[in-house]
Design a protein. Structure first.
Length: 337
């Protein structure tokens, strides 16, 4: 089974805001053992429980998870690493210039990540977030986050990593904070793929589907598009965008990443929770959940639960498992195992 990694000195991790489990899957594959995971979203938890039946999943609001309960959950375990990507709304592009990140109530979940690190005292932590956090508020937000962990006794470094550099057929840039209380030298994963995998590499051997068709492969069901949408997308070829749609039919506004077809010769654009208007390079339809999962490097036996929209959100919010595994291997290297 792909979720049972080798036991390497029984290395242990906690996954906060675990979602569908991309981060957990990468750490499992690297040989770590799960102590517990936490998430509040019911649809995401259905998927996590289905794919990680041996994990302890706490399905509730992390702000309601008391210090005492966290201590009880970790009893008998040395915590090697706390991982997670806390949702943060306080650094939009418009931003909150002049307001401290830590003081913004929208970033309460980041504060919860800090609290769990303080309570569990792991050797390491790994925190993932959107790339724009790195430069937000003239770099003050990043420095503020680092300082918050420094107060707990952690040496911290952060970098923007691109998932395509680690065998993921997708350009997905994320800021990764790694902190250590046992080592002053922080190690990030070495780039393993200077030649990036492409959309074609990821999707070419999947069953071919037309709009509305379904395959026996898990989560491989094509959306049933309206004729109006099919007509618009019929003007666009592999790698082209909305400018190919005649002016009288062309959408006048909306996300520039929509109404395009993936370029089969390049890595995918960043997979998000709503890819319904980004089309397959060869088929006149949006990608199935399984195809999106391929672009995120989830294995084909990883089943996403609940509605198709919820499944897309789960895939789009996840840390790509191959990237997570590369990060886990870097942590293992620092733990000298």
């Amino acid at each position: 089974m792909h979720r049972k990694g080798k036991d390497i000195k029984a290395l242990k991790y906690i996954d906060l805001f675990s979602g569908a489990g991309g981060f957990s899957l990468g750490f499992d594959r690297s040989g770590f053992q799960n102590i517990f995971s936490v998430d509040i979203q019911k649809d995401f938890c259905k998927t996590y429980k289905a794919n990680f039946p041996s994990h302890t999943l706490i399905e509730e609001d992390i702000t309601k998870l008391s210090d005492e309960r966290i201590i009880a959950l970790t009893k008998g375990n040395d915590v090697d690493v706390v991982i997670g990507g806390p949702p943060c709304q306080g650094f939009s592009i418009a931003g909150n210039i002049g307001r401290k990140f830590i003081d913004d109530p929208r970033n309460k979940l980041f504060q919860e990540f800090v609290r769990v690190v303080k309570v569990t005292n792991p050797k390491y932590f790994v925190m993932e977030n959107v790339a724009r956090l790195y430069t937000h508020n003239k770099h003050l937000t990043r420095k503020e986050i680092v300082a918050d962990f420094n107060k707990l006794g952690y040496t911290v470094e952060c970098k923007i990593l691109n998932s395509a550099d680690y065998g993921v057929p997708q350009v997905r840039k994320r800021v990764i904070f790694i902190g250590s209380r046992v080592n002053e030298t922080i190690v990030f994963p070495d780039i393993s793929h200077t030649e990036h995998l492409t959309v074609k590499d990821a999707l070419s051997n999947l069953p071919k589907l037309k709009s509305g068709e379904e395959s026996t492969l898990l989560n491989h069901k094509a959306m049933n598009h309206t004729q109006q949408m099919l007509d618009k997308m019929g003007f666009i070829k592999d790698g082209e965008g909305r400018e190919k749609i005649p002016l009288n039919l062309r959408p006048k506004s909306g996300d520039v990443r929509k109404y395009i077809k993936y370029n089969s010769a390049k890595p995918s654009i960043t997979v998000t929770g709503d890819m319904r208007k980004v089309f397959h390079p060869f088929a006149n339809r949006a990608l199935t959940v399984r195809e999106l999962a391929r672009l995120q490097t989830f294995p084909d036996d990883f089943e996403f639960k609940s509605s198709s929209i919820a499944q897309q959100q789960q895939v789009g919010n996840a840390v790509p498992p191959l990237m997570a595994e590369a990060i886990a291997n870097a942590v293992k290297k620092m733990l000298d195992v």
